[in-house]
Design a protein around this ligand. Structure first.
Ligand code: FAD
Length: 417
């Protein structure tokens, strides 16, 4: 370990078992791993030196950021090589707003970037409940979705540039933010959503948006997801978010009574053009809006408290959402919530039915991961979803960039790939 201490400083190589423990279990408490040390580099050069040290010394490297990922990708999988966790949380190059974009170190949190954008009268288009722990680099590495996808798109749609360190220690950087740039491969696009398997993202350049029109938050009951979509579509271009929570989960979060409807629908929409039913609970002021959002945003934590066994993030075509939920409710004890306008649902299973749910998703033409990624948990399902030939093409890229499989072994690719 002394070689690592020479690179990052002895105080940034954490070997104490009690300290390591916090890094060896993920947010859900479902995934564990073990590491020899947690290493905390401060810049791209140090990341490169850590990767070279690991390659020279027969170590695997597991990249961890805010550790809020929900598919086990943030902690080491069991393997035959000793592992060091490379924490990105010190990659905190201060964020800088340039026109309608922001340059930020990968270790800044999503919330910090959002607040900086707001201070410039602008908006960063990605938002999710873990905003104050998830890092901006982690959201790019997982191509995070969240609650504003219907308005601004996924993280991929915001990425204008990336600085990253590849396994051989090469630092690649393209941060010019040019609107037109067809000069070769789109490395930023390739690294977005690669879940730490191709390189370590050290800084990013992201698109910012003009502030959205003043909005209203409304909650009301609906009888199906098709009906929820009708209400979302009725908002036209004014729609800013459309989220559903099933009755069981809504009640578990102590949400207000919405009658006997099986679903609660939360809509945020332009106040000028809102099309809402008379019975909707409506909030326009900060604390009231936050209160309504809280019943939706607390859902991951509510499911944890209820003893969720498997958390399944999927997407199905919009016209098959009700067919999907009917099939799942009929077969498994679960609660369901999610981003209905994107066809993206989170199934919180109280049994071990994940494989069955994912088979249903594939049969309906959906995606086995909508926004959380593949991580450790869906490596088999990804072959089922994409087909062996596509997974082999992805793996050939991994093999070219990381021939010895040092980075994030066990993530994205299973043993058969
Ligand atoms: C309460 C809660 C709500 C959530 N809501 C949503 C949601 O609505 N939408 C959504 O998409 N996700 C959601 N998530 C999941 C999670 O917040 C996202 O996946 C987030 O993008 C992970 O960021 P992180 O910094 O915590 O990364 P980590 O969890 O530490 O890592 C995630 C993966 O990315 C890799 N990685 C991280 N940083 C880098 C880097 N700099 N370079 C290379 N690889 C890296 C890791 O190796 C790992 O494979 C939620 C999580 C929680 C706990």
């Amino acid at each position: 370990m002394s070689g690592l201490a020479d690179v990052v400083g002895a105080d940034q190589v954490l070997t104490d078992a009690g300290v390591r423990q916090g890094y060896e279990t993920d947010w859900t408490g479902r995934f564990h791993g073990s590491c020899e040390a947690v290493v905390r580099p401060a810049d791209a050069q140090q990341v490169a030196a850590v990767l070279r040290w690991a390659a020279d010394n027969g170590r695997a490297v597991h990249v961890q950021a805010g550790n809020t990922g929900l598919v086990g990708g943030s902690v080491p999988a069991p393997g035959d090589r000793p592992v060091i966790i490379l924490s990105t949380t010190r990659l905190r190059t201060p964020a800088q707003v340039i026109g309608h974009s922001v340059l930020a170190g990968a270790g800044l949190t999503l919330g910090e970037v959002q607040r900086l954008a707001a201070a410039h009268g602008l908006v960063y288009g990605v938002d999710l409940a873990a905003r104050d722990s998830a890092t901006i680099g982690g959201t790019v590495a997982t191509n995070a979705g969240g609650i504003r996808v219907c308005q601004y798109g996924m993280t991929r749609d915001q990425v204008q540039g990336v600085e990253a360190v590849l396994m051989d220690g090469t630092i690649v950087r393209r941060m010019s933010g040019l609107a037109k740039d067809n000069t070769g491969f789109d490395l930023a696009g390739l690294l977005t959503g690669s879940e730490g398997t191709l390189g370590v993202i050290t800084a990013v350049r992201l698109k910012l948006h003009d502030r959205a029109p003043e909005s209203v938050v409304a909650v009301f009951g609906v009888d199906s997801l098709a009906q929820a979509l009708e209400h979302a579509n009725a908002q036209g271009a004014g729609l800013q978010a459309a989220e559903v929570v099933d009755r069981q989960a809504w009640r578990a979060a102590s949400g207000p009574d919405l009658g006997d409807h099986p679903w609660a629908l939360l809509i945020e929409t332009d106040i000028e053009t809102a099309e809402l039913p008379d019975e909707a609970l409506v909030a326009t002021e900060g604390p009231d809006r936050a209160r309504l959002w809280e019943f939706r945003e607390s859902q991951s934590e509510v499911a944890q408290k209820l003893g969720v066994k498997q958390k399944v993030d999927i997407a199905v075509p919009l016209d098959r959402l009700d067919e999907f939920t009917s099939a799942v409710y009929a077969s498994h004890p679960c609660s369901i919530f999610g981003h209905v306008a994107d066809g993206s649902l989170h199934v919180e299973l109280f049994d071990e039915g994940e494989d069955d749910v994912l088979n249903t998703v594939v049969a309906l033409g959906g995606a086995v991961s909508a926004e959380h990624g593949v991580g450790r948990v869906k490596t088999r399902a990804v072959v089922n979803d994409r087909g062996a030939a596509t997974v082999a093409a992805m793996k050939s890229l991994k093999d070219a960039w990381d021939p010895d499989g040092v980075l994030n072994p066990g993530v994205l690719f299973g043993a058969d790939a």
